[in-house]
Ligand binder design. Sequence first.
Ligand SMILES: Nc1nc2c(ncn2[C@@H]2O[C@H](COP(=O)(O)OP(=O)(O)OP(=O)(O)O)[C@@H](O)[C@H]2O)c(=O)[nH]1
Ligand SMILES: [Mg+2]
Length: 352
Amino acid sequence: IMLVGVQGSGKTTTAAKIAYIYKRYGYKPCLVCADTYRPAAYDQLLQLSKSIDVLFCGDTDSKNPIEIAKKCTDICSKSGANIIIVDTAGRHGYNEEEALLNEMREIMNSITPDEVMLILDASIGQKAYDLALRFHQATPIGSITITKLDGTAKGGGALSAVAATKAVIKFIGTGEKIPEIEIFEPRRFVGRILGLGDLPSLIEKLKALEHSNILEKRFSKSIASGKITLVDLYLQINAIRKLGPLSKILQLIPGLSLLPLDDKQMKISEEKMDKWLAIINSMTYEELKNPNILDKSRIYRIALGSGTSIDDVKDLLKYYELINNFIKTTKRRHGIFKKLGIDLSRIEEQIK
Ligand SMILES: Nc1nc2c(ncn2[C@@H]2O[C@H](COP(=O)(O)OP(=O)(O)OP(=O)(O)O)[C@@H](O)[C@H]2O)c(=O)[nH]1
Ligand SMILES: [Mg+2]
């Protein structure tokens, strides 16, 4: 597999990620550095190959990427590799693009790869079409990997590269770390673009949660009774925290995936949730059942016991009140619906 793409699109990172995936499937990959333009390219790929323990080949003495690619693919095969991944340059000094494309064509002709993979940054937008076409004319593109889908870009523009090359999207990159790569799934991808969230993986995660049924029943019960207890709240927050980093979870939820929440805000919310769990843990049964008895001295004790502040405890109690008020008004609305002859509980029954 020969990786091509413009500067910084993620070729070197993706090379290691793909090697990692194939290694897990039982293959013996070999990474080849055929980038002689970026001074650190050799070391970058060498380090990555060490970290995932796969074969590596390169040559810091040669300035000829075509020769290196040829020599190294031979060395890799002789070492028993059955997947050779060739990382190429993304920059090319004078007369940049044309020279780069020519070099790609020459490397391809010399090693005749089974597949040329185009690496595209998700934020490329509509430029993807022309760019992919130009690469395709130099080195027929067989597959595409879209990187940096963990950022704000949804990668919609990158889809036009498929139209330009008739190639298939094979992988998507979702982070800087090596395991952060996924095999491309069209439904999920389109869902992300449309802001529909990634429902299949959210459902998968929810299913994986133990007790999710019990949780659901508890909640329908407390909502029906018009009151949610602190224990319910605890179970709810705990369930959310178990699902993983908040930023990844919110991306999966329809509509919320469009919210422009930054990492800092996420981190604050996560910290807050963890504090609230600690606070609820520090309460007595009596207090959990009846938070109205929480006076100054009890709040002080709870803050001390949970390693949080008095304001944190008050915050939680405010949220608790808010959520119960919300449930009350929702119940009241039920009443209005009833007057209009609509029985919401029957509808709810059907949904269940
Ligand atoms: N967040 C995120 N960052 C990525 C992803 N893939 C690559 N990167 C980052 O993007 C930057 C460039 O990645 P490289 O793999 O060095 O890109 P390249 O195409 O080899 O760059 P050149 O060799 O200069 O052409 C690095 O900081 C990577 O960590 C991804 O899926 N998500
Ligand atoms: Mg590189």
